[in-house]
Design a binder for this molecule. Structure first.
Ligand code: SAM
Length: 262
């Protein structure tokens, strides 16, 4: 079997991790235990896959690029039980995957393809109840947006939707030189821990999405103007919010109240 490195494909967002110390830091952050059900998104050439597999004993990896699969499977021989799902991660039903394997909650990890990082995050949020935690490498700018607080310039839809579903814990940054080829941006590793059922919001998810999306579509507008199609000024006041306020000043929980007023 030829194990020479594959030529990275731009169209699949392939930037392979090559610096051992960052690989070790990510694996240490995940800290897989034997019998954890770890699911890796985008294993690529296996930089994270093999050490995660060695620690957990079994691992399920989701990879879209067919060309990478045979050598990955070969490298895993003798390391542990690797199962590769050849699919677009956005089409993988994590709740069904956990159920099929009789596992209560999955542990997700991955150096994500940056071109679809936000869709992947929203997809994971939909399945948060079936996930114990997530450790992802993303563009640093995306991690900053995920963790931003109200009033920050980068606070927006991603911050609100993720913080309503998970505890967001930025861990460390990773420079472009740690990858082959180097991306044009800095990267960062983040830990996401889905909230327990008692801490989760009880708004209708579709309504919440619509309210948050409209509120941030034109950040400079007052909520009264931005939400005009969905809620009038009286309804916004019923949620205990000033219609003259702007979306960027509201806490995530304020959006839940807005989504719940009739
Ligand atoms: N984990 C490897 C590493 O750290 O070296 C590779 C990371 S690379 C940034 C992203 C990986 O995701 C690539 O292997 C790529 O082929 C894969 N990928 C891209 N789009 C995907 C998708 N929609 N679903 C699943 N995997 C995808």
């Amino acid at each position: 079997m030829n194990h020479s490195p594959a030529r990275p494909k731009k169209s699949f967002g392939q930037h392979f991790l090559r610096e051992r110390r960052y690989i070790e830091r990510i694996v240490a952050a995940v800290a897989p235990r034997a019998d954890d059900f770890v699911v890796e998104i985008g294993p690529g050439e296996g930089a994270l896959t093999l050490p995660l597999l060695a620690a957990a004993g079994r691992l399920t990896a989701i990879e879209l690029d067919t060309d990478l699969i045979p050598s990955l499977q070969a490298r895993a021989a003798g390391v542990g039980e690797l199962s590769i799902i050849h699919a677009d991660v956005l089409k993988v039903d994590f709740s069904a995957l956990a159920h099929r394997h009789g596992v209560e909650r999955l542990r997700l990890a991955g150096n994500l393809p940056y071109y679809i990082s936000s869709p992947i995050l929203f997809h994971c949020v939909e399945h948060a109840a079936a996930i114990a935690d997530m450790h992802f490498m993303l563009q640093k700018e995306v991690v900053d947006r995920m963790a931003a607080e109200p009033g920050s310039k980068v606070y927006g839809r991603l911050s609100v939707m993720l913080q309503l579903a998970c505890r967001v814990e930025p861990l460390f940054t990773v420079p472009p030189g740690a990858f082959r080829p180097p991306p044009k941006v800095d990267s960062a590793v983040v830990r996401l821990v889905p909230l327990e059922p008692a801490q989760r919001h009880d708004a209708d998810p579709a309504r919440l999405h619509a309210v948050v999306k409209a509120a941030f579509a034109q950040r400079r507008k007052t909520l009264g103007n931005a939400l005009g199609q969905l809620l009038d000024a009286d309804a916004i006041r019923r949620a205990d919010i000033d219609p003259k306020a702007r979306a960027e000043t509201l806490a995530p929980a304020d959006f839940v109240r807005l989504a719940k007023v009739a």
